[in-house]
Design a protein. Structure first.
Length: 611
């Protein structure tokens, strides 16, 4: 397989040992290099069970396993072989460990459960389980939710674990409130339930290794080679875990791309990637800069964009691929016109025999899918929301639509039942008494606002959902859409038609893929549409005040563009994103689409530059 590698990839694969960072540009064969490194170690005589290869997703881990299995390199144990040895941390495996950080941590905890007063058949609590446990603790201790918000407490506990915060210091800093007591009660409850929460899967092994040198040395001896994929995405606890395990043998092979670091909201810190040489004396750095995925024009344009970031390890991506088509930027009057423009461009691609599954529409926020879905549904264009729910299947939308349906049809017992499940009996009674009357007096938007205000719905979302800001964005989009209708019954009819397939969409091979840019990372398509390249949307308005956050937004745009093999279609309405002005004009075809038609324009004359 090594003959398929280029010079830099071969150098990385054949690395003799010690700390090595691979700075791998988009589409540069990162997974191929990682898999070949693992195969090289096996061929060199390294025992399979001494290798740990850590990825961030089960999908990536499965892909890695399949590639390795395809080359017949794994040594499967015979049924009569000894499966475990008492002096080893856990059962001997005759394969390398290939999996996520959390699955790796879970495996360690199965061996060390007794240290944490659990048994090896412990339960893993997800976020919902943890939140329920916190609510129960608050109730048992008569602590008011108004002062001790369950979601905020959950976030605080997660931060303590992800950042490996010193517990004694935390207790001293919060001596004036009950949060340390809640934290300790929560930890005791987990122990009584013979359970760990999701954050424990990394935090508990780290705490064990920090406190117990003998255990640490045992695992250091056990794992002689550690490989980490997507190293730019690790958080503090993951960083410490890897550093502890590798600090003795220093055979640490990490690969990633700081230009694709887009998960700070999950706690990832790409400074761990940038500071690799500082952390590991004598570390070697290899850059993979040949792109195999995209056309030369796409590589040139995306490279020009990302050069505007100052916090990075610069790379000079290049490709042997043909120049390809110019990137298209289209200006529209509003989101609805933009959605129609995207649809019409997709139809042109289909007429040119481009497969549906090779077309993806990306956007910054989930709420943006509404206008696009609307047009696709009206025109029977097959589509799939990748990694999420269709707009009208989202809880907050269904809750508000239920109130509107009841307002215009008080016999709708299903909608009334939904309100009763979501709101208190008192609030539901108020709604039931007033909505039918108000439906004759108020506009649709006023009616939605009445629903929101009289149920404290925004506060309800804030208290009960981690992603409440996304949900608020969806509600704003619903209100904006409702404002375009004079006839509320026509609105409800159209919504009913569009929500007929509520729930998670069926997986369709032959369908256009719709997804957020965050969901698109790691994927590639022939044709990429990026909708809503507006200032205050991409970059998002919440990121405009901090340089670090603005640079992450630029990395988001970079990730979106580099998903494409052949064509990139960027579109906006209102004020164009500053990132559009950072693309080289000679690689752009700009069109301004209005109700009067389409006109080709010079992008230099149309761009609004923002300081």
């Amino acid at each position: 397989m090594e003959e398929e590698l280029n010079k830099k990839q071969k150098e990385a694969v054949a690395h003799s040992g010690g700390p090595l960072l691979i700075s791998a540009g988009a589409g540069s064969g990162k997974t191929r290099t990682l898999v070949n490194r693992l195969l090289h170690l096996l061929k060199s005589g390294v025992k399979p069970n001494e290798i740990v290869a850590i990825t961030f997703t089960n999908k990536a881990a499965n892909e890695m396993r399949n590639r390795i299995s395809a080359y017949g390199q794994l040594h499967v144990a015979n049924s009569n072989e000894k499966k475990s040895e008492s002096h080893m941390p856990y059962a001997i495996s005759h394969e390398p460990f290939i999996g996520t950080f959390h699955s790796f941590g879970a495996r360690i905890l199965k061996a060390e459960a007794g240290y944490f007063k659990r048994t090896k058949d412990f339960t893993i609590f997800d976020n919902e389980d943890s939140l329920s446990l916190i609510k129960k603790i608050l109730k048992e201790n008569d602590l008011p939710k108004e002062r001790y918000n369950p979601l905020a407490i959950s976030k605080k506990i997660s931060d303590i674990k992800d950042e490996i915060i010193d517990i004694e210091e935390f207790e001293e800093e919060n001596a004036a409130n009950k949060i340390p007591d809640i934290f300790n009660a929560y930890e005791n409850a987990l122990q009584k339930n013979n359970a760990f929460d999701f954050d424990d899967l990394i935090e508990k092994p780290v705490r064990l290794f920090l406190k117990n040198q003998e255990k640490l040395e045992l695992y250091q001896k056990r794992f002689n080679h550690i490989l980490v994929d997507e190293y730019q995405d690790i958080n503090t606890s993951q960083y410490i875990l890897i550093k502890l395990l590798a600090q003795k043998h220093k055979n640490l092979f990490v690969i990633g791309d700081d230009a694709q670091s887009i998960y700070s909201f999950r706690g990832s810190d790409f400074r761990n990637f940038l500071n690799f040489e500082r952390d590991w004396s004598g570390a070697k750095i290899i850059k993979l800069e040949e792109n195999y995925r995209s056309s030369a024009n796409i590589i040139s344009a995306s490279s020009m964009l990302i050069k505007n970031n100052t916090i990075q390890k610069p790379k000079n991506l290049w490709t042997k691929n043909q120049s390809g088509e110019l990137m298209q930027i289209s200006a529209y009057e509003n989101a609805e016109e933009e959605a129609w423009g995207i649809y019409e461009n997709i139809i042109k691609l289909l007429k040119n025999k481009e497969p549906l599954e090779e077309i993806a529409v990306l956007y910054r926020t989930n709420a943006q899918s509404r206008a696009i879905e609307q047009v696709f549904i009206q025109n029977n264009l097959p589509y799939e929301i990748f990694g999420g729910l269709k707009f009208y299947a989202r809880k907050e939308i269904k809750d508000l639509i239920a109130g509107l349906r009841y307002a215009f049809n008080p016999k709708d017992s299903v909608s009334l039942e939904r309100m009763e499940k979501t709101f208190s009996k008192t609030k539901t009674r108020i709604l039931a008494e007033n909505l039918p009357r108000l439906s004759k007096e108020l506009s649709l938007v006023q009616l939605i606002n009445f629903l929101i205000e009289n149920t404290n719905y925004m506060e309800y979302l804030k208290k009960n959902f981690h992603n409440y800001q996304d949900r608020l964005g969806n509600i704003t989009e619903l209100i904006n859409f409702a404002a375009t209708y004079e006839n509320p019954l026509e609105f409800l009819e159209n919504v009913s038609l569009m929500s007929a397939s509520d729930g998670k969409p069926k997986m369709q091979k032959s369908a256009v893929k719709l997804m957020t840019i965050h969901m698109a990372k790691g994927l590639e398509f022939n044709n990429i549409f990026v909708a809503g390249c507006n200032e205050k949307l991409l970059p998002h308005e919440q990121s405009l005040l901090k340089k670090e956050e603005l640079e992450e937004e630029r990395r988001l745009m970079y990730v979106a563009i580099t998903r494409a093999r052949k064509r990139v279609f960027l579109s906006f309405y209102d004020l164009p994103s500053r990132f559009l002005g950072e693309l080289p004009p000679e690689l752009i075809e700009f069109k301004k689409v209005t109700s009067y038609g389409t006109e080709n324009k010079n992008w230099d004359d149309e761009t609004i530059y923002l300081e």
